[in-house]
Design a protein around this ligand. Structure first.
Ligand code: C6P
Length: 415
């Protein structure tokens, strides 16, 4: 297999569109393996955003003038483009732009959770949830009297589906599950969980922060009621995220932020709300970021999401196998294959993950170390922290080799 053609992506051509990858630290070329935190932004996306600022910058839905109309059309089109990308047939009405996945989860929790949950209700999470949903539902449960249950993760890093069937009952109001775990890499059976939730009259929210950037996602094939992700993890800009919701459910939900741009009629006594999705997008929204997200979707579709997935799986398998050969490395999560996304979390015996990340940094290898916002999961794994290498469309086998080679330095210094 050529080092430049991983999973049939032309990685050399792809890398040429990311000037940041040319950076060197003390003469050593950057090896960026922190893509689950944030991916880099290719030239077409930067160009689309700077073109917007150069030619059409204005506020949306407020002006009759030409620039405002252009900005409004670009902003609205971005909703349609995202809807199409994730298979939402209700188009823009089902796509709410937020700041990030975290805000999307909070929107659902405040808007739906605070109003609908009560002491008889249960919210079913999994032990591998990111704090963005785990902390949010904990807090909403405290305020509403609802209880929270966790589907267990088994020793292979997969969800225990037998336990899932025990946890999800007629008392369940919502199942909140991460599609691809940012720590274990596990790809969860979200469609099966959606069926389970619906069989018991519950809704399902899917946290797709690590899924939409890395594989084809069809929210209607999953039958997700709600689905969230962030622009900055999918070759797009920071400052924009998405909450997908089935139109009927979003229509029934109260807004959670109030202000201009989301109303139909306001009197001194009361107000009524505008159409979807605008009733959830008060104030000046992330317009240039929406333009950038649109360009990122175009960019990814041109690469082909099946090819992106194949590339991710292949690099994860290569990294897993190389790390597993080391003998003193503990790897978390499922073995390589369709049930593992493009990341590998691990620990090197005798070396704290933070020290390891610091040694990697000396080699210009950027990885993440810590709890990855999954503290309870790390407690369960029996470690305070782990190191994590996560891959994207521009990563190569050689970069995985650089990661593995740097382990020797860490051993010499700390072990
Ligand atoms: N994970 C990481 O793993 P925001 O920061 O709102 O764009 O995304 C939050 C989030 C929610 N769910 C999952 C599964 C995630 O992985 C993340 C972000 C980053 O490095 C930061 S903790």
């Amino acid at each position: 297999m050529s080092q430049q053609n991983v999973g049939s992506l032309d990685v050399e051509a792809i890398r040429a569109e990311y000037p940041i990858l040319e950076r060197e630290f003390d003469g050593t070329p950057l090896v960026y393996l922190d893509n689950a935190a944030t991916t880099h932004t290719p030239e077409p996306v930067v160009e689309a955003m700077s073109d917007y600022y150069r030619t059409s910058n204005s506020n949306v839905h407020r002006g009759i003038h030409q620039l405002s109309q252009e900005a409004s059309i670009a902003y609205e089109d971005a909703h349609d483009r995202v809807a199409d990308f994730i298979g939402a047939s209700g188009e823009r009405e089902e796509i709410v732009f937020t700041k990030n996945t975290t805000e999307s989860e909070n929107l659902l929790a405040y808007s739906w959770g605070l109003n609908e949950l009560g002491p008889d209700d249960e919210v079913v999470l999994t032990e591998m949830e990111h704090h963005a949903s785990l902390v949010t539902w904990q807090q909403i449960a405290k305020r509403t009297g609802a209880s929270v249950k966790y589907i267990e993760v088994d020793e292979t890093g997969r969800l225990d589906m037998e336990h899932a069937r025990e946890c999800i009952t007629d008392d369940t109001a919502l199942v909140s599950v991460v599609h691809v775990s940012n720590t274990l890499g596990t790809v969860n059976p979200v469609a099966e969980l959606a069926d389970l939730a619906h069989d018991h009259g519950a809704y399902i929210f899917v946290d797709g922060a690590q899924a939409v950037p890395t594989r084809p996602v069809d929210v209607e094939a999953i039958d997700a009621d709600f689905y969230a992700f962030s622009g900055h993890k999918m070759a797009g800009p920071t400052g924009i995220g998405v909450l997908y919701g089935k139109k009927k459910l979003l229509e029934e939900m109260e807004p959670y932020l109030y202000g201009g741009g989301m109303i139909r009629k306001v009197t001194f006594e009361d107000s009524t709300w505008g159409d979807l999705p605008w009733k959830f997008e008060p104030g000046t929204p992330p317009i240039a970021e929406a333009v950038g997200l649109h360009a990122a979707v175009d960019y990814l579709e041109e690469l082909g999401m099946e090819r992106v997935r194949a590339h991710e799986e292949e690099l994860a398998a290569y990294a897993y196998d190389r790390l597993a050969e080391e003998g003193d490395v503990e790897i978390y999560g499922p073995e390589p294959g369709a049930e593992r996304g493009g990341l590998v979390s691990f620990n090197l015996e005798g070396v704290h993950a933070h020290d390891l990340a610091s040694i990697m940094n000396d080699h210009a290898v950027a990885i993440r170390a810590g709890d990855h916002c999954t503290q309870p999961l790390h407690d369960k794994l029996g470690v305070a922290a782990s190191a994590r290498a996560s891959f994207y469309v521009y990563n190569t086998h050689e970069e995985v080799d650089a990661l593995v080679e740097a382990l020797d330095d860490a051993r010499q210094l700390f072990a």
